[in-house]
Write a protein that binds this ligand. Structure first.
Ligand SMILES: [Zn+2]
Ligand SMILES: [Zn+2]
Length: 259
Protein backbone atom coordinates (compact mmCIF):
# COMPACT_ATOMS: atom_id res chain seq x y z
CA UNK A 1 0.00 0.00 0.00
CA UNK A 2 2.80 2.42 0.96
CA UNK A 3 4.66 1.36 -2.15
CA UNK A 4 1.65 2.05 -4.39
CA UNK A 5 1.11 5.43 -2.73
CA UNK A 6 4.77 6.37 -3.24
CA UNK A 7 4.54 5.45 -6.95
CA UNK A 8 1.35 7.49 -7.45
CA UNK A 9 2.56 10.56 -5.54
CA UNK A 10 5.84 10.49 -7.46
CA UNK A 11 3.98 10.16 -10.77
CA UNK A 12 1.83 13.23 -10.03
CA UNK A 13 4.84 15.14 -8.72
CA UNK A 14 6.89 14.40 -11.84
CA UNK A 15 3.98 15.33 -14.16
CA UNK A 16 3.54 18.62 -12.30
CA UNK A 17 7.22 19.48 -12.88
CA UNK A 18 9.18 19.62 -16.14
CA UNK A 19 10.54 16.12 -15.43
CA UNK A 20 7.58 14.17 -16.88
CA UNK A 21 6.93 10.46 -16.38
CA UNK A 22 8.15 7.81 -18.80
CA UNK A 23 5.15 5.46 -18.88
CA UNK A 24 6.73 3.04 -21.38
CA UNK A 25 9.82 2.77 -19.18
CA UNK A 26 7.57 2.23 -16.16
CA UNK A 27 5.71 -0.57 -17.98
CA UNK A 28 9.02 -2.23 -18.88
CA UNK A 29 10.14 -2.01 -15.24
CA UNK A 30 6.92 -3.69 -14.06
CA UNK A 31 7.27 -6.55 -16.57
CA UNK A 32 10.96 -7.08 -15.73
CA UNK A 33 10.02 -6.90 -12.03
CA UNK A 34 7.42 -9.68 -12.42
CA UNK A 35 10.02 -11.87 -14.14
CA UNK A 36 12.51 -11.08 -11.37
CA UNK A 37 10.00 -12.16 -8.71
CA UNK A 38 9.45 -15.52 -10.46
CA UNK A 39 13.14 -16.17 -11.20
CA UNK A 40 14.01 -14.94 -7.68
CA UNK A 41 11.67 -17.52 -6.10
CA UNK A 42 13.22 -20.31 -8.20
CA UNK A 43 16.72 -19.00 -7.45
CA UNK A 44 15.99 -18.92 -3.72
CA UNK A 45 15.38 -22.69 -3.90
CA UNK A 46 18.90 -23.15 -5.31
CA UNK A 47 20.88 -20.85 -3.03
CA UNK A 48 18.59 -21.52 -0.06
CA UNK A 49 19.41 -25.24 -0.49
CA UNK A 50 23.14 -24.57 -0.78
CA UNK A 51 22.98 -22.26 2.28
CA UNK A 52 21.20 -25.00 4.28
CA UNK A 53 23.79 -27.63 3.29
CA UNK A 54 26.66 -25.23 4.06
CA UNK A 55 25.13 -24.49 7.45
CA UNK A 56 25.64 -28.15 8.40
CA UNK A 57 29.40 -27.64 8.01
CA UNK A 58 29.46 -24.62 10.35
CA UNK A 59 31.35 -25.45 13.57
CA UNK A 60 29.08 -23.13 15.56
CA UNK A 61 25.45 -21.99 15.19
CA UNK A 62 24.49 -18.56 16.56
CA UNK A 63 20.99 -18.37 18.10
CA UNK A 64 18.32 -16.48 16.14
CA UNK A 65 16.61 -15.42 19.39
CA UNK A 66 19.53 -13.20 20.41
CA UNK A 67 19.17 -9.61 19.11
CA UNK A 68 22.97 -9.20 19.20
CA UNK A 69 23.26 -11.94 16.57
CA UNK A 70 20.82 -9.99 14.39
CA UNK A 71 22.88 -6.81 14.88
CA UNK A 72 26.18 -8.49 13.97
CA UNK A 73 24.40 -10.36 11.14
CA UNK A 74 23.01 -7.08 9.78
CA UNK A 75 26.43 -5.41 9.61
CA UNK A 76 28.02 -8.57 8.18
CA UNK A 77 25.34 -8.94 5.47
CA UNK A 78 25.66 -5.22 4.64
CA UNK A 79 29.41 -5.67 4.22
CA UNK A 80 29.04 -8.70 1.93
CA UNK A 81 26.30 -6.89 0.01
CA UNK A 82 28.77 -4.03 -0.56
CA UNK A 83 31.39 -6.50 -1.87
CA UNK A 84 28.76 -8.29 -3.99
CA UNK A 85 27.46 -5.05 -5.51
CA UNK A 86 30.97 -3.72 -6.15
CA UNK A 87 31.96 -7.01 -7.79
CA UNK A 88 28.79 -6.84 -9.90
CA UNK A 89 30.16 -3.63 -11.41
CA UNK A 90 33.68 -4.98 -11.95
CA UNK A 91 33.19 -8.54 -13.20
CA UNK A 92 31.43 -8.92 -16.55
CA UNK A 93 29.85 -12.28 -15.68
CA UNK A 94 28.14 -10.59 -12.73
CA UNK A 95 27.49 -7.31 -14.53
CA UNK A 96 25.48 -9.22 -17.18
CA UNK A 97 22.79 -9.74 -14.51
CA UNK A 98 23.20 -6.47 -12.62
CA UNK A 99 23.26 -4.23 -15.74
CA UNK A 100 19.49 -4.75 -16.06
CA UNK A 101 19.02 -2.62 -12.94
CA UNK A 102 21.04 0.19 -14.51
CA UNK A 103 19.00 0.38 -17.74
CA UNK A 104 16.27 2.84 -16.56
CA UNK A 105 16.88 6.32 -17.93
CA UNK A 106 14.53 7.92 -15.38
CA UNK A 107 15.09 7.55 -11.65
CA UNK A 108 11.68 6.54 -10.29
CA UNK A 109 10.43 4.15 -7.61
CA UNK A 110 9.36 1.74 -10.35
CA UNK A 111 12.91 1.60 -11.74
CA UNK A 112 13.81 -0.20 -8.49
CA UNK A 113 11.84 -3.19 -9.80
CA UNK A 114 14.01 -3.51 -12.89
CA UNK A 115 16.22 -6.32 -11.59
CA UNK A 116 17.96 -9.15 -13.45
CA UNK A 117 16.58 -12.66 -13.77
CA UNK A 118 19.90 -14.51 -13.78
CA UNK A 119 21.27 -13.98 -10.26
CA UNK A 120 21.73 -17.72 -9.74
CA UNK A 121 23.88 -17.92 -12.89
CA UNK A 122 26.02 -14.88 -12.00
CA UNK A 123 27.03 -16.62 -8.73
CA UNK A 124 27.18 -13.52 -6.51
CA UNK A 125 25.25 -15.42 -3.85
CA UNK A 126 28.34 -17.61 -3.24
CA UNK A 127 29.89 -14.57 -1.51
CA UNK A 128 27.43 -15.04 1.39
CA UNK A 129 28.62 -18.61 2.14
CA UNK A 130 31.38 -17.48 4.58
CA UNK A 131 28.64 -15.90 6.73
CA UNK A 132 26.83 -19.25 6.87
CA UNK A 133 30.09 -21.06 7.64
CA UNK A 134 30.69 -18.54 10.44
CA UNK A 135 27.45 -19.76 12.01
CA UNK A 136 24.79 -17.24 10.91
CA UNK A 137 21.44 -18.97 10.30
CA UNK A 138 20.62 -19.13 6.55
CA UNK A 139 17.13 -17.75 7.30
CA UNK A 140 18.70 -14.70 8.93
CA UNK A 141 21.01 -14.01 5.99
CA UNK A 142 18.13 -14.32 3.50
CA UNK A 143 15.80 -12.18 5.68
CA UNK A 144 18.44 -9.44 6.03
CA UNK A 145 19.07 -9.50 2.28
CA UNK A 146 15.33 -9.21 1.64
CA UNK A 147 15.18 -6.26 4.03
CA UNK A 148 18.11 -4.64 2.23
CA UNK A 149 16.36 -5.03 -1.13
CA UNK A 150 13.03 -3.66 0.13
CA UNK A 151 14.78 -0.70 1.78
CA UNK A 152 16.41 0.14 -1.53
CA UNK A 153 13.04 0.54 -3.25
CA UNK A 154 12.69 3.89 -1.44
CA UNK A 155 16.07 5.11 -2.74
CA UNK A 156 14.94 5.22 -6.35
CA UNK A 157 13.43 8.68 -6.65
CA UNK A 158 14.28 12.27 -7.48
CA UNK A 159 11.50 13.50 -5.18
CA UNK A 160 13.65 13.35 -2.03
CA UNK A 161 16.56 15.77 -1.62
CA UNK A 162 19.49 15.54 0.78
CA UNK A 163 18.72 14.06 4.22
CA UNK A 164 21.29 15.76 6.44
CA UNK A 165 23.09 13.61 9.05
CA UNK A 166 21.25 10.47 7.86
CA UNK A 167 23.54 10.59 4.82
CA UNK A 168 26.58 9.94 7.03
CA UNK A 169 25.49 6.42 7.89
CA UNK A 170 22.64 5.39 5.60
CA UNK A 171 22.27 4.95 1.88
CA UNK A 172 19.80 7.65 0.79
CA UNK A 173 18.07 8.65 -2.47
CA UNK A 174 20.82 11.28 -3.05
CA UNK A 175 23.58 8.64 -2.66
CA UNK A 176 21.79 6.09 -4.81
CA UNK A 177 20.99 8.58 -7.60
CA UNK A 178 24.75 9.09 -7.97
CA UNK A 179 25.19 5.29 -8.09
CA UNK A 180 22.83 5.24 -11.10
CA UNK A 181 24.67 8.09 -12.87
CA UNK A 182 26.15 7.02 -16.21
CA UNK A 183 28.39 10.11 -16.51
CA UNK A 184 32.06 9.05 -16.39
CA UNK A 185 32.44 11.05 -13.15
CA UNK A 186 29.86 8.88 -11.38
CA UNK A 187 30.71 5.36 -12.59
CA UNK A 188 31.46 2.72 -9.93
CA UNK A 189 30.60 4.44 -6.65
CA UNK A 190 28.06 4.25 -3.77
CA UNK A 191 27.66 0.45 -3.67
CA UNK A 192 26.09 0.27 -0.20
CA UNK A 193 22.66 -1.28 0.47
CA UNK A 194 21.15 0.07 3.68
CA UNK A 195 24.44 1.47 5.02
CA UNK A 196 26.79 3.84 3.20
CA UNK A 197 29.61 3.42 5.75
CA UNK A 198 31.52 0.83 3.68
CA UNK A 199 31.69 3.29 0.76
CA UNK A 200 33.14 5.83 3.19
CA UNK A 201 35.63 3.24 4.54
CA UNK A 202 36.79 1.98 1.15
CA UNK A 203 36.79 5.33 -0.68
CA UNK A 204 33.94 4.66 -3.13
CA UNK A 205 31.59 7.42 -1.94
CA UNK A 206 30.78 10.23 -4.36
CA UNK A 207 28.23 13.04 -4.23
CA UNK A 208 26.47 14.83 -7.09
CA UNK A 209 28.44 17.83 -8.34
CA UNK A 210 26.55 21.01 -9.36
CA UNK A 211 28.55 21.29 -12.62
CA UNK A 212 27.84 17.64 -13.58
CA UNK A 213 24.07 16.91 -13.65
CA UNK A 214 23.23 13.22 -13.41
CA UNK A 215 22.43 11.22 -16.54
CA UNK A 216 20.76 7.87 -15.84
CA UNK A 217 20.96 4.59 -17.74
CA UNK A 218 23.79 2.46 -19.12
CA UNK A 219 26.96 4.16 -20.40
CA UNK A 220 26.31 2.14 -23.60
CA UNK A 221 22.49 2.02 -23.78
CA UNK A 222 20.76 -1.05 -25.20
CA UNK A 223 18.28 1.21 -27.04
CA UNK A 224 15.22 -0.93 -26.26
CA UNK A 225 12.40 -1.28 -23.73
CA UNK A 226 11.61 -4.87 -24.69
CA UNK A 227 11.73 -6.75 -21.34
CA UNK A 228 13.58 -9.78 -22.75
CA UNK A 229 16.15 -7.58 -24.51
CA UNK A 230 16.64 -5.60 -21.28
CA UNK A 231 17.17 -8.80 -19.31
CA UNK A 232 19.44 -10.58 -21.79
CA UNK A 233 21.05 -7.60 -23.60
CA UNK A 234 24.31 -7.66 -21.63
CA UNK A 235 24.48 -11.48 -21.76
CA UNK A 236 24.15 -11.21 -25.55
CA UNK A 237 27.05 -8.74 -25.69
CA UNK A 238 29.15 -10.92 -23.38
CA UNK A 239 28.46 -14.17 -25.29
CA UNK A 240 29.36 -12.45 -28.58
CA UNK A 241 32.74 -11.43 -27.10
CA UNK A 242 33.27 -14.91 -25.60
CA UNK A 243 32.57 -16.57 -28.95
CA UNK A 244 35.05 -14.24 -30.66
CA UNK A 245 37.78 -15.02 -28.08
CA UNK A 246 40.73 -16.89 -29.67
CA UNK A 247 41.26 -19.24 -26.71
CA UNK A 248 39.61 -20.55 -23.54
CA UNK A 249 41.98 -18.61 -21.31
CA UNK A 250 41.20 -15.37 -23.18
CA UNK A 251 37.45 -16.14 -22.86
CA UNK A 252 37.78 -16.63 -19.10
CA UNK A 253 39.70 -13.37 -18.83
CA UNK A 254 36.86 -11.61 -20.68
CA UNK A 255 34.21 -13.18 -18.40
CA UNK A 256 35.97 -12.16 -15.17
CA UNK A 257 37.34 -8.90 -16.60
CA UNK A 258 35.80 -5.47 -16.36
CA UNK A 259 32.59 -4.67 -18.23
ZN1 LIG B 1 24.72 -1.09 -9.24
ZN1 LIG C 1 19.31 1.07 -7.79
Amino acid sequence: MIVLLCILIEWFWRESTAKGYDLRGAGASILVGIGNAISGALGALVFGGVFALTSRLAPIHWPMRDWRVWLVGFVAVEFVYYVHHRASHHVRWMWATHAVHHTPEQMTFLSALRLGWTNVLSLGWLLYLPLILAGLPPFMVIALLAFDLHFQFFLHTEAVGRLGPLEWVFNTPAHHRVHHGSNAAYLDCNFGGVLIVFDRLFGTLRTEQPHEPLRYGLAHPLGTLHPLKLVFGEWHRLLKDLRAAPSWSKAIRIAVGRP
